[in-house]
Write a protein that binds this ligand. Structure first.
Ligand SMILES: O=C([C@H](O)CO)[C@H](O)[C@H](O)COP(=O)(O)O
Length: 432
C-alpha cells in the first residue's frame, strides 16, 4: 500500500445488488479505490454479491464485510472463493476465530481485517489480533451508535499511533470529517452512506478524494449526525413523514389541522390542560414559555375557543414557535396574517371565560399520543409529530437517514425513468 495514498473504500450497504452495482460504478469513477460488499448486501444476496461484483470489476480490490464472529475458516474460504481480496472478522471475536481467519486467509489468498466496534480494552484486543497476524484493523462506529452522535475519532489517533498494522476507519465518514480521519493517521477511509446514499455517488466519492488530497473540509448538507444541541436545525430539514419513518413508523397526532399549512412548526412543548373555553391557563403559559417553545393545549377537544389574536400577538412577542390546541381557536385570519404556526381541532368565533381551571406543564394525551413538557413538536402540511426529548437526537438522525435514502431513490426513479417498485425491487421485499 502506498504510504502516501489514502485508500477510499466505498461500503455498498444495500440489500439489492443492482443498486449496489450502480453506486459502485459511480464511486469508482469518482475516485474510490476499493469496493466493500457491505454486510446488508452479504446477508441479502450472499456470496453471489461478491461473485457479481468480481465479474464487473475484475481488477478492483473487493472487501467482504462478513463481520465474522465464529467459524472463521469457512467464512474466509467462502469470501475468498467468491472473489474477495479482503474479509472482515470482528475484533472482539474469540481469539481462536481470529487465528482461524488468518490461517484460512493465508491458505486461500485473502487478507483479513479485524473490525473494532464498541470494544472495551481495545489496546489489549488489538494486541491479540496483531499477534494472530491480521493484515488490517478498522476502528468502526456502528450505524446505530452514530444515531446518538458517536464517532470513531475519539480513539482513532491513539490506535493509529500504537498499532503496528494499517488502520482503517468507518462510521459516518463524510467530506467534512474525513480530514479528521487522515490527520489521526488512518490509511483507509471506509465511506458508506455519504457515497452510497448520495444522489450522485461519483461526485460524493470525488469530494472525499479532494478533501483527502487537499486536507480540507468540504461542506455537506446531509450525511451528518447531530447531537442534542443541533436537533432544532436538523428538524428543519425533515418532514413529519421522515420523522415517523425514522421512529419505526411512529403515529402522528391526528385530528388537528394547520391554520398556516405552509409554515413549519418546530419547538419544545409547554403543555396546558384546561377546560373547554377556559383561556386563563393557556394565556398564563405564554409568560412561562421561553423562546422556541410551542404551547400545547388540551381543552377537551371541543369549544368554546381558548386562543385568539391577542394571545397570538403575545406569543410572537415571546418568540414562541407555535401553538397546538386540542380544542378551538378563533381569529384565524389574523393568525394567517401573522404567519404564526397554529394547529387546532376546531375554529369558532365564540370564546369562553378565564376561570383559571387547569394546569401548566403536565403530561397530556392527545389523540392517543402522550406529550410531556419539553417534548419536541414538529408540524408540517402532513400533520404533527411528538418526539420525546430523551429520544430527540436518535429520532432526528434516523429521520435524516430516511431522507437521505429517499433522495437517492428519487434520483434513480427520475434518471432511469423507472418506478419506486422497480428501483427498490419491491416484489422481493413485500412484508409477508
Ligand atoms: O459496516 C458498516 C455498517 O456496520 C453496516 O454494515 C458500514 O459499511 C460502515 O459503517 C460504513 O458506512 P457509514 O457509517 O454509513 O459510512
Amino acid at each position: 500500500m502506498s504510504e502516501k495514498h489514502t485508500i477510499i473504500q466505498v461500503a455498498l450497504d444495500f440489500v439489492d445488488i443492482h443498486r449496489a452495482i450502480k453506486v459502485a460504478s459511480e464511486a469508482i469513477e469518482g475516485g474510490a479505490d476499493w469496493l466493500e460488499i457491505g454486510t446488508p448486501l452479504i446477508k441479502s444476496e450472499g456470496m453471489n454479491a461478491i461473485r457479481r461484483l468480481r465479474e464487473i470489476f475484475p481488477d478492483t480490490m473487493l472487501v467482504a464485510d462478513m463481520k465474522t464472529m465464529d467459524a472463521g475458516r469457512v467464512e474466509m474460504e467462502m469470501a475468498a472463493k467468491a472473489g474477495a481480496n479482503i474479509a472482515v472478522v470482528m475484533g472482539n471475536a474469540p481469539g481462536a476465530t481470529i487465528r482461524e481467519c488468518v490461517l484460512a486467509g493465508k491458505n486461500y489468498g485473502i487478507k483479513v481485517c479485524a473490525d473494532f466496534m464498541d470494544t472495551d480494552a481495545i489496546d489489549e484486543r488489538i494486541g491479540i489480533v496483531e499477534k494472530c497476524g491480521v493484515d488490517y484493523i478498522s476502528i468502526h462506529t456502528a450505524i446505530d451508535d452514530q444515531m446518538s452522535g458517536k464517532t470513531p475519532f475519539n480513539v482513532l489517533r491513539h490506535i493509529c499511533e500504537n498499532a503496528h498494522t494499517p488502520v482503517a476507519v468507518a462510521g459516518g465518514i463524510n467530506s467534512e470529517n474525513v480530514v479528521d480521519a487522515i490527520n489521526a493517521g488512518a490509511q483507509i477511509v471506509i465511506v458508506g452512506g455519504y457515497i452510497s446514499k448520495s444522489e450522485n455517488a461519483r461526485d460524493a466519492a470525488n469530494n472525499i478524494r479532494q478533501a483527502v488530497k487537499e486536507n480540507r473540509r468540504i461542506q455537506t448538507g446531509f450525511f451528518k449526525r447531530v447531537t442534542r444541541e443541533d436537533v432544532r436545525n436538523a428538524f428543519m430539514k425533515l418532514s413529519t413523514a421522515n420523522i415517523s419513518d425514522g421512529r419505526h413508523r411512529a403515529k402522528s397526532i391526528v385530528g388537528l389541522y394547520p391554520v398556516n399549512p405552509s409554515i413549519k412548526l418546530i419547538g419544545t412543548a409547554v403543555t396546558v390542560r384546561t377546560y373547554p373555553g377556559d383561556w386563563a391557563k393557556p394565556v398564563e403559559a405564554i409568560d412561562i414559555a421561553k423562546e422556541g417553545d410551542v404551547i400545547v393545549i388540551d381543552a377537551g377537544g371541543t369549544g368554546p375557543a381558548v386562543w385568539g389574536e391577542l394571545a397570538t400577538h403575545s406569543a410572537i412577542q415571546k418568540k414562541l414557535s407555535g401553538l397546538v390546541v386540542y380544542g378551538a381557536v378563533r381569529d384565524t385570519a389574523e393568525m394567517k396574517q401573522l404567519n404564526f404556526p397554529v394547529y387546532t381541532k376546531l375554529v369558532m368565533p365564540d370564546a369562553g371565560e378565564p376561570k383559571g381551571l387547569g394546569e401548566i406543564n403536565v403530561p397530556l394525551n392527545i389523540s392517543g399520543i402522550q406529550i410531556m413538557p419539553g417534548d419536541w413538536i414538529i408540524g408540517d402540511e402532513d400533520g404533527l409529530m411528538a418526539v420525546p426529548q430523551a429520544e430527540s437526537e436518535i429520532s432526528v438522525n434516523y429521520g435524516m437517514d430516511c431522507l437521505e435514502k429517499e433522495n437517492r431513490i428519487r434520483k434513480e426513479i427520475l434518471s432511469e425513468k423507472s418506478s419506486l417498485g422497480r428501483v427498490t425491487d419491491l416484489l422481493k421485499w413485500e412484508k409477508k
